[in-house]
Design a protein around this ligand. Structure first.
Ligand SMILES: NC(=O)c1ccc[n+]([C@@H]2O[C@H](COP(=O)([O-])OP(=O)(O)OC[C@H]3O[C@@H](n4cnc5c(N)ncnc54)[C@H](OP(=O)(O)O)[C@@H]3O)[C@@H](O)[C@H]2O)c1
Length: 339
């Protein structure tokens, strides 16, 4: 197969590229940066911005399957970059798929598209998108991911089969977001537990998330595929206590557990003030806490993944303890290299 992976140079995208190359696909990646490590694997690296229609459409030429993984993440209060990368970018990917007669499109969504500020315990895909709450609370990342997911699923038809995968909290070696940020915050003494510390969350080891993308693509190729036009939650299959897990990650980096805490209400108030301040002064960096983050860090959110298991055979092949060991080895290697 000839596949296109948007965001192939990112954390999840690179694992997807590696697994596709291993099974013998021809792989092209699309993103703004240069990725010599992908080229070394044999991936064709095409550089461009998702907001550039011509560049995206051209990148789809000659391809039969697209994994649309690229997105702008984060909690910045500036909306435009999210609209451009996540909403317009997805429209451009759909245009490219249609113009080049691509038959399968797998979109990396996020469970946060359904997050409305309250606990989600064992919910399945019947839970609706939380468009109103996300827009009202200016969670532009999740809001634009939700709009994009809608566009992708509505586009499903016999010529172009589509699906959306919602992996929760992806972690593992080479993460450049969650784990480095946690470690940096903890080292500087700025990391605070938000809420009671009893909330349960789902998460997923990065190679399991990548494998699910390949499995969903295979299932989409089948006649009358049950996957076509659907969204799926993905996780390790068992939630963890959010703050105990954070302490375990810190322990891998030889950092003491989180001691300071803040109630959810106090974090919400600080988030409200910071969001207003960053907006007023047009600050492009991300506030250290927002209302969305305060709610996410203090509530439980874990999901029923039986649909993914049933429809495309997803199983978390790498266990959480094996994943933590691999993460620990990688952190130790990073530490050794930085000395
Ligand atoms: N990490 C998580 O916990 C998590 C959880 C749920 C869902 N997801 C979803 O999983 C996907 C991958 O996330 P990740 O953690 O791997 O993030 P990542 O490491 O930041 O990768 C994102 C990729 O998107 C590309 N990209 C961003 N903006 C772009 C633009 N305007 N034009 C072209 N390419 C652009 C980046 O490449 P360049 O910078 O080189 O352009 C990068 O390769 C995203 O769709 C995210 O929403 C992630």
């Amino acid at each position: 197969m000839h596949t296109l992976v948007t965001g192939g140079g990112g954390f999840l995208g690179r694992y997807i590229c590696e697994q596709l190359i291993t099974r013998g696909d021809r792989v092209r990646s699309f993103g703004r940066g240069a990725y010599p490590e992908l080229e070394a694997l044999g991936v064709e690296v095409v550089r461009g911005d998702l907001a550039d229609q011509n560049a995206v459409v051209a990148a789809c030429d000659g391809v039969d399957t697209v994994f649309h993984v690229a997105a702008r993440p984060g909690v910045s209060v500036q909306r435009l970059p999210y609209d451009k990368a996540n909403t317009l970018g997805t429209e451009n990917v759909l245009r490219g798929c249609r113009q080049h007669g691509i038959s399968r499109l797998i979109y990396t969504s996020s469970p946060s598209v359904t997050f409305a500020g309250v606990d989600q315990c064992g919910v399945n895909e019947s839970v609706p998108l939380a468009l109103d709450w996300l827009q009202q609370h200016r969670s532009y990342y999740s809001y634009t991911k939700a709009i994009a997911e809608q566009q992708i699923l509505q586009a499903n038809c016999e010529q172009l089969r589509t699906c959306a995968l919602r992996p929760h909290l992806i972690w593992g070696p080479r993460d450049q977001h969650l784990i480095p940020r946690l470690i940096a915050k903890a080292k500087s003494g700025r990391l605070r537990r938000i809420g009671e510390g009893t909330n349960q969350v789902d998460m997923i080891y990065v190679e399991n998330a990548a494998e699910a993308h390949l499995q969903a693509a295979e299932a989409l190729a089948q006649e009358n595929s049950p996957v076509a036009g659907k969204a799926y939650f993905l996780s390790q299959g068992k939630p963890v206590n959010c703050w105990q897990w954070i302490d375990e990650i810190l322990a891998l980096a030889e950092i003491p557990p989180v001691k300071k805490s803040l109630s959810q209400q106090a974090a919400w108030r600080v988030g409200t003030v910071l969001e207003a301040t960053y907006r007023t002064f047009g600050l492009r960096s991300e506030p250290p806490i927002t209302r969305f983050l305060a709610a996410q860090l203090a509530t439980s959110h874990w999901f029923d993944i039986s649909a993914a298991c049933q429809d495309f055979g997803y199983q978390p092949r790498i266990s959480t303890s094996e994943g933590m060991q691999r993460l620990g080895n990688w952190l130790a290697e990073q530490n050794r290299l930085s000395i």
